[in-house]
Design a protein around this ligand. Structure first.
Ligand SMILES: Nc1ncnc2c1ncn2[C@@H]1O[C@H](COP(=O)(O)OP(=O)(O)OP(=O)(O)O)[C@@H](O)[C@H]1O
Ligand SMILES: [Mg+2]
Length: 265
């Protein structure tokens, strides 16, 4: 079993822990090539290995991420590359989330860890690319599903990583992205992006970081520091992601979590 102190957390670097308990997920912003997809991949692997969580991927850019469907259990169901597949995946997860809530209704304030539920992470890489492919009706549905997951998923143990090159208020509601209590900007960004991701913080006070892939600023709700913290994302160039995922999927044991076979889809 996982030691109780670290339940719901992953180690991002030797000094930074990313806490999923208490936040619906992570917002990950940065210009092209600054290392968003790599960092999201790293966090996903840690989520699987340290929290024994399940991974779902939305990759409309059809990058390397989408090829992980070959290595994840039920790969076809947990990886989406089109608007239609994404809507289906998110609808399923909203249903799962609501079923969890009705099966595990108990003491006020209890969450997935108290009920020994397996946590799940939905990695949405380039949310703007996804929205750009959707027509107005589809966009409304995707936003409504995302909103439900971000507002209610935390307690049910269903988390979201949203990555984007820029956050346009016209693409995705700011009130929604700011619900994500963990927020990262990779590399240097324009002042509008700083304002969107780290509201209320004077950009002049931000710690300076190299404008290079892998360098970022992180702000986590509940952290001691009032300012975002500089960090260097782990270099994944020596890691075979398919191999690690295959091994983690093989080693995973459902018996360690509550049985949800009566409703999980
Ligand atoms: N932590 C890191 N350390 C060293 N190099 C890195 C790191 N992260 C990313 N890189 C380098 O930067 C390249 C781009 O990274 P990545 O694809 O994750 O960027 P991205 O922000 O997702 O870009 P895009 O917006 O175009 O999808 C990688 O191929 C790798 O060479
Ligand atoms: Mg990318």
């Amino acid at each position: 079993m996982i030691s109780s102190k670290d339940q719901g957390c992953i180690t991002l670097t030797s000094t930074i822990k990313l806490n999923f308990r208490g936040s619906p997920g992570l917002l990950l912003v940065g210009r092209s090539g600054m290392g968003k997809t790599q960092l999201a991949t790293y966090i996903s692997l840690k989520f699987m290995s340290q929290m024994h969580g399940g991974l779902l991927i939305v990759d409309n850019k059809r990058s390397d991420l989408s090829t992980l469907s070959k290595y994840l259990n039920n790969g076809e169901q947990v990886v989406a590359t089109t608007v239609g597949q994404t809507a289906k995946l998110l609808r399923n997860m909203v249903d799962n989330m609501n079923n969890r809530a009705s099966h595990f209704r108990g003491n006020f304030g209890q969450d997935w860890l108290d009920y020994n539920l397996r946590p799940y992470l939905i990695l949405i890489d380039e949310v703007a690319a996804l929205i750009a492919e959707a027509n107005a009706k589809e966009k409304n549905e995707l936003m409504s599903l995302l909103r439900q997951l971000i507002l209610k998923g935390r307690q049910a143990g269903i988390f979201v990583i949203l990555s984007a090159q820029r956050l346009e208020a016209t693409v995705i509601d700011r009130s929604l992205t700011l619900q994500l209590g963990n927020r990262i900007i990779m590399g240097n960004a324009d002042s509008e992006t700083y304002r969107m991701v780290f509201p209320g913080i004077d950009a002049k006070e931000l710690p300076r970081i190299p404008n290079k892939a892998g360098y970022g600023l992180i702000f986590m709700d509940g952290q001691d520091s009032l300012l975002p913290i500089p960090f260097v994302a782990p270099d994944m160039s020596g890691v075979s992601v398919p191999k690690v995922i295959s091994r983690l999927e093989q080693e995973f044991n459902y018996a360690n979590f509550a049985n949800e076979s009566s409703y999980w889809q």
